[in-house]
Write a protein that binds this ligand. Structure first.
Ligand code: SPD
Length: 357
């Protein structure tokens, strides 16, 4: 009887240990159960205190992973190895994900804080009725530059980047649409151009910028600019805003030929395992106080009109980062150009990168 009891106790202990190990393995592989939520976001795109706050308020543990391009994010979701519950793609990628059945429809009744979002950012062409996505941050693509290092140089035109005095001074964001788009814009073409001759012409023009390019980088661009290791960078507006708080010699401009207006929205991928938790997380991020804290930390532009009321006036009134609707109407939103055209953009970007080596 004693032996039987010992065997029973041993089985109970081994089973408990196995359960703990399985849970740990699941968590590290990103398998969300009821009590975990796997969030997939751009790097440097959340105040991590808010993750803790959400965990405390809901008892849900967040597994947080980051990506640095829409393309990398989408490939990972398509592969399906990790069950992401929430992701934050940009508009043209959202359109592509809807088309490929990679997103689930949102239940708006679980997102009461959606009323905090400015109408201007709702119901956009890439997701009519916000069936699949809700606004997180938005912005433009432009040039951040160091006034002290460059004297009276300004950047009203993309062509200003080709000034020979900028030799080895320019950082480019590591994004195919942004860089090829800059080439297209500088030639007066649309950011959504799919004419192969135009795209080739833009790439050839970009190759002539090579002597001025210091590096093609991700989030490191902020440190390099803040530390004055480069004088100019092609960036997403929020990155400029963040480093301008750190270095007062920096300024931000959107060239007059035009540029990109972009939107990053929260979605629930079709692989999600914790759909209810995903709605809770999205609703939490839409809360006015949470969005204000997140915006002050991340420095990107918030679409949350109630959050804006809680933020410092100098931030909200800065037209460089909160351009008026009249200004944004002149900018172009990336469209989903289809698989073939998008891979042509990626191939040209690679060709341009290889040319530099
Ligand atoms: N470090 C956060 C970067 C977020 C950039 N999103 C902009 C995407 C524009 N297509």
């Amino acid at each position: 009887m004693k032996k039987l009891m010992q065997a029973f106790v041993a089985i109970v202990i081994v089973s408990a240990l196995l359960l703990v190990a399985i849970n740990r393995l699941n968590a590290s592989a990103g398998y969300s159960g009821d009590n975990t939520l796997t969030v997939y976001n751009w790097g440097d795109y959340i105040d991590e205190e808010l993750i803790e706050q959400f965990e405390e308020e809901t008892g849900i543990t967040i597994i947080y992973e980051t990506f640095d391009s829409n393309e990398a994010m989408m490939t990972k979701i398509e592969q399906g190895g990790t069950s992401y519950d929430v992701a934050v793609p940009s508009e043209y990628t959202i359109e592509k994900m809807i088309e490929q059945d990679l997103l689930i429809e949102l239940d708006h009744s679980k997102l009461p804080n959606l009323e905090n979002i400015d109408e201007r950012f709702m119901d956009l062409a890439f997701d009519p009725g916000n069936k699949y996505s809700v606004p997180y941050f938005w912005g433009t693509v432009g040039i951040v530059y160091n006034k002290e290092m460059l004297g009276d140089m300004t950047f009203s035109s993309w062509d200003d980047l080709w000034n020979p005095s900028l030799e080895n001074e320019i950082l480019l964001v590591d994004g195919a649409r942004e860089v090829i788009g800059m080439g297209l814009n500088s030639l007066g073409y649309s950011l959504n151009d799919t004419n192969k001759d135009h795209l080739q012409e833009a790439t050839e023009k970009l190759k002539t910028l090579t002597p001025n390019i210091k590096a093609i980088v991700g989030d490191e661009n902020k440190l390099l600019m803040a530390n004055e290791e480069a004088a100019v960078a092609l960036v997403w507006s929020g990155d400029a805003s963040e480093i301008m708080f750190e270095n007062e010699n920096l300024d931000y401009a959107v060239p007059e030929e035009g540029s990109n207006l972009w939107f990053d929205n929260m979605v629930i991928p079709s692989t999600a395992r914790n759909v209810d938790g995903a709605h809770q997380f999205i609703n939490f991020m839409l809360d006015a106080e949470v969005a204000a804290q997140n915006t002050e930390y991340v420095s990107y532009s918030t679409p949350n009109k109630e959050a804006l009321k809680l933020m410092p006036e100098d931030m909200v009134k800065d037209e460089r980062f909160y351009p008026s609707p009249e200004l944004t109407e002149k900018l172009e939103v990336y469209e989903n150009l289809g698989k073939e055209n998008l891979s042509y953009y990626n191939d040209l970007f690679l060709e341009f990168k290889m040319y530099r080596k």
